[in-house]
Design a protein around this ligand. Structure first.
Ligand code: SAM
Length: 349
């Protein structure tokens, strides 16, 4: 195998095809999350403000360009691709991207192609996702109460998401439910959601709210530390730590009483940056090396300026040399600004 390309300067020759991406802290980058649109058909209160300004369509990479960029990453050692957004399934013709990326699964270059979705469009896309080689999906859902669902998402319809879940499971997709734990909103629903998800054979992962982008509410009023939730769950359930890693930041436990798996994503109370293997690409071709930092690299220019992929591969390699050690999120009454200005919908969750 070729040497890692971390020390290569921008002016040097492009790295050999296949050179793995390893950052200055020795972390190999094997996971790319791709936000294919900044638009969403929901306006979750912790994610977006009600009046968002979205990118003009001309700024977006085409599906062909996204495919090309993803393929460069795959050639350089990315084994897992997650398509996200915004809401990825609202992007026009998005299944073309899944179909095309599926070729990397067939060759074995890619281990996993997956998607994070709010589930609103899942009923019509689930079967085709499975046909493209997608095996597991994440569906974001913070409550089982239809009125509360509408209040959290502002625009969402829980019934449609439930139909999407039915379609996904009927298509053979394994589903993980992601729920953001929100103080005073869904904290009383964690146990019912756990029983419901595990009863349907789905994992549940709880996520701490992160200070990303300006919203109408102070983050302190939303933030529920998962350390508290875990302690409370342990009064009622037997939680056994699992070594399982699904490539992401979640830590899992087996819940003895339900037999199901419960994940915790705790960027606030306990971050796991030391094992971060991820970078994030936006729909404009901007690469963020960390969800919680502002530094980014423009990949659209080198992509559009050359037909071959050497320049873009070099731009990626250079960006990886700047991957920071970690984020430093703070949610504090005295701090009333987000850690980074962009909303989660820009970088993709
Ligand atoms: N629309 C898709 C969905 O709903 O899953 C994909 C994009 S959405 C931004 C990805 C995930 O980020 C969702 O689970 C959402 O709940 C979560 N999310 C959004 N803003 C967040 C924040 N500020 N803190 C923590 N999680 C957030």
């Amino acid at each position: 195998m070729s040497e890692p390309i971390i020390t290569r300067a921008a002016s040097e020759a492009a790295p050999d095809a296949g050179a793995p991406l390893v950052d200055p802290f020795g972390r190999a980058i094997s996971y790319l999350r791709v936000s294919v649109t900044d638009r969403c058909d929901f306006r979750c209160v912790y994610c977006m403000s009600e009046n968002m300004t979205f990118l003009p369509k001309r700024d977006l990479l085409t599906l062909e360009e996204l495919d090309r960029l993803c393929s460069v990453f795959v050639r350089h050692g990315v084994r897992k691709l997650r398509i996200t957004g915004g809401e990825p399934l609202v992007r026009r013709d998005i299944m073309t991207l899944f179909r095309n990326l599926g070729r990397h699964l067939e060759t074995g270059a890619l281990e996993e192609l997956t998607v994070t979705t709010n589930g609103s469009q899942l009923a019509r896309h689930a079967a085709e996702l499975a046909a493209c080689g997608v095996r597991r999906i994440n569906v974001s859902m913070d409550t089982l109460d239809a009125d509360k669902f509408r209040a959290i998402t502002r625009w969402g319809d829980l019934g449609r998401v439930m139909e999407g879940l039915d379609a996904a499971q009927a298509a053979g997709l394994s589903v993980k439910i992601n729920a953001v734990a929100l103080k005073g909103v869904n904290e009383d629903e964690i146990e019912p959601m756990l029983e419901w998800a595990h009863g349907r054979g789905m994992d549940l992962t709880l996520i701490e709210v992160m200070p990303l982008g300006e919203i109408e509410t102070h983050r302190v009023d939303q933030f529920l530390p998962l350390s508290q939730v875990r302690a409370r769950l342990m009064d009622r359930y037997t939680l056994a730590d699992l070594p399982d890693r699904t490539g992401g930041p979640a830590r899992y436990v087996r819940v003895a009483e339900t037999g199901g798996r419960l994940g915790f994503i705790t960027p606030m109370t306990h971050n796991f940056c030391e094992s971060c293997n991820r970078v994030r690409l936006t729909c404009t071709g901007t690469l963020y090396m960390c969800l919680g930092q502002e530094d980014a690299a423009d990949l659209r220019t080198p992509l559009r300026q050359s037909e071959g992929d050497a320049r873009v591969a070099q731009a990626i390699a250079d960006a990886i040399t700047r991957k920071p050690k970690g984020h430093d999120f703070v949610i504090d009454r005295r701090v009333n600004r987000p850690a980074v200005g962009r909303h989660m919908s820009v970088t993709g969750g």
